[in-house]
Design a protein around this ligand. Structure first.
Ligand code: SAH
Length: 349
């Protein structure tokens, strides 16, 4: 009889562990390779899909393991083509992922945690309690689901992945890196690391760790202010992780990886829209080679925060560009379905 309580999620096993399993059960180690391919490259959800295994082997696997998979329970499509998925995890918790199509690219925006612990004042996810970290397979599966939507709805492949969904990726570092390993490996999705970007509030010691680990993906930092008192007032993490600490970590990152950093920056009316703030950003930008994305604010409240005027954005643009810093204004996508940056909060429209 199958003891359901003893069955483990097979995707928690490494290829090596799976090989050991087959050897211990009197089978050939190469079976592990076959199973691994079914589990990752082909995203099999059922052992009976593994048709190159004998029925006996499949039954043996069924008696020891389950395959946990995410479920896209609700999909919403924006007028601009953006798709938002409500993704149910095996324990019933829900996260969101977003597909963002443009002419040249399709980007998947994925979540790394259920909820978030960081309490950034302008972000809807911050209002959800952090429940748990996502496992590597749960992050991977969000990408697979979006990849399938790319083919189904757009007839073109997924080109980029950003870790800008719910949660703070660097507070779930090992699982995020394990998911990225699968996404970039030939047994998985075989995507190029340079197409992946991890976005963080800027946890200095984790940026140093990433540099030491010589990661190959890109780094984006949600900066929003280069003045400590202002940044601390909107992003509590800054109180214990100052701009000076962040700057030192970024210098180390650049020295080790030679990779430019992207700063994400919202300009808000009355908060950081004057020349003094833009000058502070320029000074910060001189620490390491970088580019700046000025992102449009997506309102999540009753008006406490408001998008700055076009003149303020032009002032930032001009100052940065005239000093050689590549700067882009990023328009929101998927606002009508609460799929834009900072709006992910499991709210069904
Ligand atoms: N925790 C990570 C990733 C999730 S947030 C991080 O902080 O980078 C993804 C991006 O959306 C961040 O740059 C964040 O600052 C930004 N963001 C959050 N709320 C927003 C809002 N209401 N409008 C626009 N951008 C927002």
């Amino acid at each position: 009889m199958v003891d359901t309580f003893a069955r483990r999620d097979i995707r928690k096993l490494s290829l090596e562990e799976l090989k050991q399993f087959f050897i211990q059960h009197g089978d050939k180690a190469f079976r592990a390779q076959q199973v691994y391919e079914w589990l990752w490259r082909k995203s099999a959800k059922d052992f009976d899909q593994m048709t190159n295994l004998s029925l006996a082997t499949r039954d043996m696997l069924k008696s020891h393991f389950v395959i946990n998979f995410i479920r896209v329970d609700n999909m919403q499509r924006s007028a601009d083509g953006t798709i938002k998925n409500a993704v149910t995890l095996h324990d019933g918790l829900v996260v969101e992922s977003v597909l963002i199509p443009t002419e040249k690219r399709i980007t998947a925006c994925v979540s790394s945690q259920v909820g978030c612990s960081l309490a950034c004042k302008f972000c809807a996810t911050a209002r959800l309690k952090r429940m748990r970290n996502l496992d590597p397979d749960e992050i991977y599966d969000q990408v697979v689901a979006i990849q399938q939507q790319c083919e189904l709805f757009f007839g073109r492949p997924l080109t980029n992945i950003v870790f800008m969904g719910m949660g703070e990726p660097l507070l779930n570092y090992s699982n995020v890196v394990a998911a990225i390993d699968k996404i970039t490996s030939p047994e998985g999705l075989n995507m190029a690391s340079k197409r992946l970007t991890v976005s963080t509030v800027g946890i200095a010691k984790m940026i140093v760790k990433m540099a030491d680990d010589a990661v190959k993906f890109n780094l984006a930092v949600s900066l929003h202010s280069a003045l400590n008192h202002v940044r601390s007032s909107i992003m509590p993490i800054n109180e214990t992780n100052s701009l000076e600490d962040l700057g030192e970590a970024l210098k180390y990152w650049y020295k080790k990886t030679r990779k430019k950093v992207t700063y994400e920056y919202v300009v808000w009316k009355g908060l950081n829209d004057s020349e003094e703030h833009a000058q502070a950003l320029l000074k910060f930008c001189k620490l390491v080679p970088c580019k700046v994305n000025l992102i449009e604010y997506n309102p999540i409240d009753e008006g406490e925060f408001q998008q700055a005027s076009d003149e303020a954005l032009d002032m930032y643009m001009h100052l940065l560009e005239s000093n050689g810093i590549t700067t882009r204004i990023r328009k929101s996508r998927g606002k009508d379905i609460d799929a834009a940056c900072g709006q992910l909060a499991n709210k069904i429209n």
